[in-house]
Structure formats: structure tokens, C-alpha cells
Design a protein around this ligand. Structure first.
Ligand SMILES: Cc1cc2nc3c(=O)[nH]c(=O)nc-3n(C[C@H](O)[C@H](O)[C@H](O)COP(=O)(O)OP(=O)(O)OC[C@H]3O[C@@H](n4cnc5c(N)ncnc54)[C@H](O)[C@@H]3O)c2cc1C
Length: 449
């Protein structure tokens, strides 16, 4: 006998929704399961799961994420997930910079790097051929191909983990969709934007979610609704203080064939002190990006919480389809000058603001809603969920079935006490930069370039 109700609706076709759908296909092959996606396509080019690359690392300060990521990497390496170029094991160099003396400016970088080093050293059984401490700039230079990466003067130390890699993010999403279609259990419906949750109008059961209403006014009912709507989730449900959309900058430049060959096998370079990172290029395109506190995009929305209660509120939601603001472009340009000075003046042919679903501690939100017993949240990726794609769905369905591992349950559940403040900055030890940036204000500022 299955533990989950017969009709299940998953909203969202990114990493959280697709991995949940895959796992449900295996555990509940005779259930009536539908996945709705607002975009006309999966992969959704505006979704957080879709991009040229995502770092796949077990390099976490938190041991529970390090272990889960190691499970994920096993599947990227040894199963179809990582085949056909979807996973490349190029190594990761994590570095930290001299303290700026300002707690907001990445002073957690050293602490995070050292804790992460201890975790991955343990996972590698102390094998220095896999994980090696790099005590100074010379040692760091030594792990990159000659005359490629420049290690900034402010960098103090770091380590290399040759067991980490990167995934072709869009190809991974395409693969998950193909697997779902082959399994044929879940009905996938694109171009289906959910405008609101429907609450039961039965007198004694108003807290129950009856289904969803779509943008065209039609409705779909279900016994269980799973929201995997990423950075858009705060527009559907009151998550103030718990999850919020934060924009991060990405910039891409074109390389010649010779430049592509030169950088193709470099390890990924990441600094949690500055947030800047470079993943090796593919198809003559190099990406430079920033993992930071990000931009808020305040938006007024109507939040329903039951059949007859609705409230107007301000939340941060994604804005897509525009280039990055001058501040972000300048940061990417400065990082390029610093890390790859021979490409310092190469124009960016494309930039993008990509949206994290940030939570206060950077932990996912994979839990039933405390007030609505048949509403489940699978979100809160906080800029680091992609690597778990091959294992995340199993954990989400474990949580649905009430049997999630205790360490993850503690990290991912609805907090016992709802935070009293509605605004927050993510304190996961890996963020840096300004904490107060508003996207519209940054667009309004002139460029200093
Ligand atoms: C710039 C950037 C860099 C990152 N780097 C890394 C990395 O290096 N390593 C790593 O592991 N992770 C990384 N991540 C994090 C990772 O990519 C995300 O945590 C993960 O992809 C989030 O998946 P999701 O399913 O929550 O969101 P999404 O992929 O955005 O999926 C949500 C989907 O829900 C749909 N949707 C929303 N609202 C509705 C609605 N009302 N009706 C119907 N459909 C709806 C959306 O259209 C969207 O397709 C990065 C993220 C970003 C943005």
C-alpha cells in the first residue's frame, strides 16, 4: 500500500520538480501524477536550473551537504546522468583572500574553505592525489595550466579537490525530461502558469489545498500539491522570512579555438571571499559569475492562505530577460582582469541575472506546510541545489513519506518558530558582497566602465 494520495500535482519543471517527478515515477508508477510548467519549454531558459554550467562539488563546510553531494557525484560519474558530456571532472580550486576587516565582505571565506577542506579530505580518505592543501599563491598557480589563470595578490591560500567537477546544466534538465517521458508515468504539461493555489471551500476543511488555478482561469484539482516553483514560490505562498528571490550575475565571452583548448581542462576557480568563479569553457564560450548576497526585486503580490483570507505583501520575485546592471558587469569585468588578465578587454556577448531561491541559512525547504496538510514545498535551492539533481528527488520523496534522514530533515524542515522579520540575508558562510542591493536601483545607476 502506498503512503501518498492517488492524485499528485507537481508545479515547476526545474531541478526540484523534475527530480521529484522521476522519483515518484519509480515509487508510485500507477498514481495519477501531473507536472505543470509555466514556460513553453522544459528546459525553461529563464529557470535557475538552465545554464551552460553548474559546479558539482562535495566541497561544503556542512558535513550533511558534503555527504549528500558525494552521493550525487557518484551518480554523475558512474551513471547515465553524467554521460554524453553532462558531467566533466575537472577539479575545483577553492581559495580565500586576505580579510577585508569588514564582516560583510567575505571574511567567512577562510572559515568556509578550511571546514570544507576537512570534509572533502575525509571523503577522499586523506588521499593527497585527490584533495591537497595549497598553502600559498605559488602552490595555487601550480595546479592551473601554464599561463592561464592569474591568482590575485590578495589570495592567501586554498586547496584543490580533483574529485569535483561541473555539469552542463541545460543538458541535465533535458536528460531528466527525456527519462520522465520514457518512464511515461508523469503527465508533463508546459505553458501552464499557476496563478494561485485553491483552498478547499468545505466548511471544516478550509486549510486543505484543493488544487491550483491556472492563468487562463481553469482549475486543476489534486489530493497533494507539490510546489517546486523555485524563485517564483514567494509569489504563490507566504514565505516571508523563509525564502526570497535573489538575483545573481552571469556574463559570457567568446573564445578562439586556441583559447578554448588552453582553458578546457583547467580546474574551476572559486573564491567564497569574493564570490567570483570561473568554470572551464565549452563550445568557445566562457562564463564568469558571482555567488553573493545578490539583488532583491521587491514586488507587490496577493498572497492567499485559505478560502477567504488574502493579503497584499511585498516580496522579492525574479525579473528576467534583461542584461545585468552596471554594478554586476563591473564586478565581472574586474574579476576577469584579475583572474584572466589576457582576456580583460574581451566584450561580454551575453549577460543574465539568474535567480536563487534564498533561505536564511541557505538550507533547502523540503517539507509539508504546517498549516496546509496536503501542500508540500520542494524549494529553497539557495544557489547550490543543481549538483544534487541525481539524488534530490529520492530525498524529496523520502520527506513526502516522512522518512527523510534525520540530518537532512533538521536542515530542510519548516522552522519551529517563524522568523519575526520578513527580510533576511543568507548566512551560509559562503556569501560576500553588498547586502542591500535592489535590482531597480542598480539598473538606474550609471556605469563606471
Ligand atoms: C547563477 C546561478 C548559479 C548557480 N550555480 C550552481 C552551482 O554551481 N552548483 C549547484 O549545485 N547549484 C548552483 N545553482 C543553484 C541551482 O541551479 C538551483 O538551486 C536549482 O537549479 C533550483 O532549481 P528549482 O527547481 O528550484 O528552480 P527552477 O529551475 O527555476 O525551476 C522552477 C520552475 O518553476 C516554474 N514555475 C514558477 N512559477 C510557476 C507557476 N506559477 N506555474 C508554473 N510553473 C512555475 C518556473 O518556470 C521554473 O521553470 C546556481 C543557481 C544560479 C541561479
Amino acid at each position: 500500500m502506498s503512503q501518498l494520495p492517488q492524485s499528485i500535482l507537481i508545479v515547476g519543471g526545474g531541478v526540484f520538480g523534475l527530480s521529484t517527478a522521476l522519483s515518484l515515477s519509480h515509487r508510485y508508477p500507477t498514481h495519477n501524477i501531473t507536472l505543470l510548467e509555466a514556460s513553453t519549454t522544459i528546459p525553461n531558459p529563464e529557470g535557475s536550473s538552465v545554464d551552460s554550467s553548474r559546479i558539482v562539488r562535495a566541497d561544503y563546510a556542512n558535513a550533511a551537504y558534503a555527504r549528500l553531494a558525494a552521493e550525487g557525484i557518484e551518480r554523475w560519474r558512474n551513471t547515465e546522468w553524467g554521460a554524453e558530456g553532462r558531467y566533466t571532472q575537472n577539479g575545483l580550486v577553492l581559495v580565500y583572500h586576505k580579510s577585508s576587516g569588514d564582516a560583510g565582505q567575505g571574511d567567512d571565506g577562510e572559515r568556509y574553505t578550511r571546514a570544507s577542506y576537512e570534509n572533502v579530505k575525509r571523503l577522499a580518505n586523506g588521499d593527497e592525489k585527490i584533495v591537497r592543501f595549497l598553502p600559498d599563491r605559488n602552490a595555487i598557480h601550480g595546479v592551473f595550466p601554464r599561463n592561464t589563470v592569474h591568482v590575485a595578490e590578495t589570495v592567501v591560500a586554498g586547496y584543490v579537490n580533483w574529485g569535483s567537477g561541473w555539469a552542463d546544466a541545460e543538458a541535465g534538465v533535458r536528460y531528466a525530461r527525456k527519462k520522465l517521458e520514457e518512464l511515461g508515468v508523469v503527465k508533463i504539461r508546459t505553458d501552464q502558469k499557476v496563478s494561485r493555489l485553491l483552498f478547499s471551500d468545505e466548511k471544516d476543511d478550509k486549510k486543505k489545498v484543493a488544487g491550483v488555478q491556472l492563468a487562463d482561469g481553469s482549475t486543476i484539482t489534486a489530493d497533494l500539491v507539490i510546489l517546486a516553483t523555485g524563485a517564483w514560490t514567494p509569489g504563490l505562498l507566504d514565505l516571508r522570512g523563509l525564502a526570497d528571490a535573489r538575483g545573481q550575475v552571469l556574463a559570457y565571452l567568446r573564445l578562439t579555438d586556441e583559447e578554448q583548448a588552453r582553458l578546457a581542462n583547467m580546474p574551476t576557480l572559486l573564491s567564497f571571499s569574493t564570490g567570483m568563479f570561473i568554470i572551464p569553457p565549452r563550445n568557445n564560450e566562457l562564463k564568469i559569475a558571482r555567488h553573493a548576497y545578490g539583488y532583491r526585486n521587491p514586488t507587490r503580490v496577493r498572497l492567499d492562505s485559505s478560502a477567504d483570507v488574502a493579503e497584499e505583501a511585498e516580496v522579492s520575485l525574479p525579473e528576467t530577460g534583461r542584461p545585468i546592471p552596471p554594478e554586476g558587469e563591473e564586478a565581472c569585468r574586474a574579476a576577469l582582469r584579475e583572474m584572466l588578465p589576457w582576456l580583460a578587454d574581451r566584450p561580454f556577448f551575453k549577460t543574465r541575472v539568474c535567480w536563487y531561491t534564498d533561505t536564511p541559512q541557505g538550507d533547502f525547504l523540503v517539507t509539508y506546510h504546517p498549516d496546509h496538510p496536503n501542500l508540500f514545498l520542494a524549494t529553497g535551492g539557495s544557489g547550490h541545489a543543481y549538483k544534487f539533481f541525481p539524488v534530490l528527488g529520492d530525498k524529496i520523496v523520502d520527506a513526502l513519506e516522512g522518512k527523510l534522514d534525520e540530518d537532512l530533515r533538521r536542515l530542510w524542515s519548516w522552522p519551529a518558530q517563524r522568523p519575526s522579520t520578513t527580510s533576511f540575508v543568507t548566512k551560509d558562510g559562503s556569501r560576500s558582497g553588498r547586502k542591500d542591493m535592489i535590482l531597480a536601483e542598480e539598473y538606474a545607476r550609471g556605469s563606471k566602465l
